[in-house]
Write a protein that binds this ligand. Sequence first.
Ligand code: ME8
Length: 524
Amino acid sequence: MRLITTAIDYTNGSPHIGHAYEKVLADVLTRYDRFAGRDVYFLTGVDQHGQKVQQSAEKENVHPATYANRITKGFLKLWETLDVKYDGWAATTDPRHATCVQAILQKLHDDGQLYKKSHQGFYSVRQEQFLTDRDRNEQGEFGPEWGEVQEVEEENWYFKLSDHVEWLRGFVESHPDFVFPEFRRQELLNALEKSEKGGDLCISRPKSRLRWGIELPFDPEFVTYVWFDALTNYISFAGYEAADNAELPKFESLWSSETVHIIGKDILVPPHGIYWPIMLHAIGFSDEQMPKLLVHGWWNIRGEKMSKSLGNVVDPAELAETFGPDGLRYYLVRDIATGADADFSPERIITRFNSDLANDFGNLCNRTLNMVKRYRGGELTADSGYDDEICQALRSTGDSARAGYAEAMDNNLPHLALEHVWKWIVQTNQFAEQSAPWALAKDEDKAAQLDAVLYHMAEVIAEVSLLIAPVMPAAAANLQDQLRLTPEQRSIKLGDLGWGLLPSGHTTGKPKPLFPRLQLEKED
Ligand code: ME8
């Protein structure tokens, strides 16, 4: 079993395309794993505590729980719309989660890993952390990236993070697959190189300042720091130390070094790259039990960072309405290389939709099913005795498409996997032009060739329906209905897929346009 998780989204605002991308990516990789015959469990959720949520709630004059619940509903609705099918839902106000967080805190406390001290310094409200002189910019000031900075003095609880930094450095150095992509691992190593001795982590907030969090079990005047609460979701909802709770999974069967946390680049250093492995190490996880981190890049909007203040936040629900959930899912994993940043623009998504989905793929499906119906009453002949170079070339591209797709997906690169599939689709369209079945149909002597051409085209779209299913589950199922694939054909595993999915005599159904071309009016 492999556990796939995502970051849990802050419930301090509505979901944007960055959130949608991450969850779709995780969903695609989960569905792919199943297609490849592996057992997976997909966990995602929401980060409901902390200062950001409390502040957003205060602005609306409602209780943070009311606010968080409302925003959570928006996330749940979006995942339903986008066909993001998770096995576990991690909402941090769930009492089962609090039990786990408190058990971990108590354990660290009992082990002497936590201590209380007074601290005076500058505090970033946005990042919910105390700042040090290293956080000042060249002008000696705390830059706008920290948001509002307040000078405060308060007592707090600290975690002896620095005791474990040496271990972490050695671990990251000796485990090249801990972080993907590699340049992000280097970024983490650089950060560890610079990390100061004695730089411990403040893990509490006094209730006088923040009431919206999980109480420290050994000091009820405090709640725990939001990252300590949030990171723990990966194990609390995987059933860690919840042996008697039948609703949660069995931790031992779920957690392994194959566990992968899919996160954005902004939360690698320090939370996931430093705090989290050290927390796990401190509560007794071995090196062999450390998870892996898959770090994706960010969507910018026409070259600018997406932000509420710039007013350029893109709403995924609106896009799904225009392009369909599958159109959006396709765009989100096709137009970004995993790990790199990408640029969103309405023109890009329209072009992708019309050219890749409507023209290349939609047309191929439509013309294939139409011609099989028109010339052969829907019935396919697998071995008509005719073969030629372009038929062979199409089959051979199929072999490389399947192999290239599998390799790319195994390496978390769906954009590359789709490129392999589209190469095959484009070649099949060219194949149709070159062999001109409409002309063959007029010549009795070319019946065997016509059978071969139609079979090749139908076989390609049938196989492609399986290959694209992790990315576009609804369109794939729709095409499979049109092709009248049997349940066995639909559930074939990637390793068993090869030329000849469709047997001789297979009959296909009526074509229905999969992705009608969009005629969008030009925006003002
Ligand atoms: O960071 N493009 O929550 P969050 C791509 N609660 N991804 C983006 C993005 C963009 N423009 N903007 C944000 C948090 N993301 C914490 C996580 S995990 C234990 C706690 C990604 O709602 C971001 O990188 O601010 C992160 O992975 C996810 O969306 C949630 O961000």
